[in-house]
Design a protein around this ligand. Structure first.
Ligand code: CO
Length: 210
């Protein structure tokens, strides 16, 4: 029986062949460096592949993904990606993209203990608590979950703005916009929540770093 992963390696060879037909210098050019304009912070969910749903090619997007597209300010992995993207690559846009039907967000709405991941979901539960008045008032559970996904993205946009990395970029007049988007698994459409942050003034003043 053929092992399922073998098809991935076969696909890769086919892809290389196709790219070289389109542009014989394709890999030579890409190997010289990257200048992506975007940093994508998305969910690890296999149904939300950053490049595919945005029609972007290799070299166009720097990507960080975790469960429920979280920006946890003590997460060294996220901070390292953010620092490199902003300070070295000088991306112009950071996109936090959540998605309706997010398993992490749904789990965070419930009370069942799952395991180690409960500690990660805690960060999402905190978002629920900040917005509990609005969320508790939504009777339909599915509608409530959809709104929870949206407010979670909004909080992560805020959390990015709070970082010293982003604030220093703004202080240095580096153009940097932070966007909040939600992808809908049901129709493939990305909704812009229009909660874009472009400068320190978009943050509550307690977070301002001079
Ligand atoms: Co998800």
């Amino acid at each position: 029986m053929k092992k399922s992963y073998e098809k991935l390696l076969a696909n890769n060879k086919n892809w290389v062949t196709e790219q070289l037909v389109l542009d014989p210098q394709y890999f030579e050019k890409l190997s010289q460096g990257q200048t992506p304009e975007y940093l994508w912070i998305g969910c690890s969910d296999s149904r939300v592949p950053a490049n595919t749903i945005t029609g972007t090619d290799p070299g166009e997007m720097f990507v960080h993904r975790n469960i429920a597209n979280m920006v946890v300010h003590s997460d060294m992995n996220m901070l390292s990606v953010l620092s490199y993207a902003v300070e070295v690559l000088k991306v112009k846009h950071i996109i936090v993209c959540g998605h309706y039907g997010c398993g992490g967000v749904l789990a965070a709405m419930g009370n069942q203990q799952i395991g180690l991941i409960d500690n990660w979901l805690r960060h999402i539960k905190d978002v629920y608590r900040y917005h509990h008045k609005e969320l508790d008032a939504i009777e339909n559970k599915e509608q409530r979950a959809r709104r929870f996904v949206e407010v979670n993205v909004m909080e992560q946009v805020n959390d990015l703005g709070k970082t010293s990395i982003v604030q220093n970029a703004w202080k240095n007049k580096q153009p940097l916009h932070i966007h909040g988007w939600v992808y809908d698994l049901n129709d493939g459409i990305i909704k812009d929540l229009e909660v874009t942050f472009t400068c320190t003034k978009d943050l509550h003043k307690v977070y301002h770093l001079d």
